[in-house]
Design a protein around this ligand. Sequence first.
Ligand code: AMP
Length: 445
Amino acid sequence: MTNDNNTASSSSCFSELGLISPLLARLVDLEYKQPTPIQAQAIPSVLNGSDLIAGANTGSGKTATFALPLLQQLFNAKSSGKPSTNKKGNYAATLVLVPTRELATQVADSIRSYAFHLNGTVKTVAVFGGVSVNRQMLALRGGTDILVATPGRLLDLISSNAIKLDQVKTLVLDEADRMLSLGFTEELSALLAMMPKQKQTLLFSATFPEQVKALTSKLLNNPVEVQVQSADASTLVQRVFTVNKGQKTAALAHLIKENQWRQVLVFVNSKSGCSHLASKLAKHDITAEVFHGNQGQGARSRVLQAFKDGEIEVLIATDIAARGLDIEKLPVVINYDLPRSPADYMHRIGRSGRAGEIGLALSLIDYEDYHHFKIIEKKNKFRLEREEIAGFEIDESLIDPDFSANKPVVPPPGSGKKKKAKKAAKKESSIYADIWSGNVKSDSK
Ligand code: AMP
């Protein structure tokens, strides 16, 4: 953890964080025994009105980190007869911006759940695209205390005068990196321009690329900084299995059956890849459902609920499921395809081993993935021992000897680094030979 002088010291008890009794009672109902590190570090500062930058992923308990203190502020203001806004027009007192529809629903549900003992004092509305706008307009009538929104739909609602942002007292940017990487930069600037300058801002991001850094320096005022790991290293086990090219599906089916996994989230890189893998698994007598951006909102919600309820054992998803989805106690996450970005690897594996539960994050790599997996390890600062699955041992004769020469270590023509790159490729080639022969220790970084 890194934090500045303002940061609260760690606390092992919710009652020490300054939360009011109706919220504490709800935490007892929910069987939250103690605050997660981010909650312990950030809740007192948020209650005091400080701005916050938190390096945290879903799974860290970040929703409660902002929801509990914000609910408390709103509840106290209302109970004291001094509401935090003057409630003109279609006001929103607190705005929580999230990148996806799923996250909008999930965050709003969590907020309503935490507010259970506040006797309906705090109104929460979620708005997001992909569904009819009319019901959302109705819900916004008379304004709302907390608005959870995706940027595009929020702009639509603003342009039809269903909501205004001029009374926003607190802004939460949830998964800021995801929001910017999904191309919401312009929407975000437009929305920020509509809010009062003076407000409390809380920014949560799993990673801090330049764009996010620029946003934080522009937006935040002397913020408290909290950095926590997305998944508890002691409860999330990561493993990587080397398999022959063309044998991933058989190896996956074997693992699912052998281990009798009952709730597995499998990541692939494309929408068509989801259905393709599902039909290949069907040939191994494994029924799987798919979850991707081409499905309608209704279908996605149904599939997700069935998966959460344990009715679907294998869910094959694109990265749309990598962030924000909170599936309680998800035991196994598998990378069938490696994610393109090392940051997405962390988001994917963060679906498992959540809030202290034991989880397994497993990647299947064939020789074409090897180089990329090394990059993922390097960027995320971990190193896993390559393992083989009994019955699926590596057959070196299947490795394309020319493969490594085609890898991106060769720079584009004209860059003047060809010789060096060829040498690197040759070295890489011998590393491949080592890895497939099981000589993993020789794979020095
Ligand atoms: P989040 O990171 O907000 O998506 O939360 C991840 C999961 O952890 C959710 O299922 C929460 O209900 C749960 N959770 C959050 N805080 C705690 C806590 N202090 N103790 C136990 N579970 C928690």
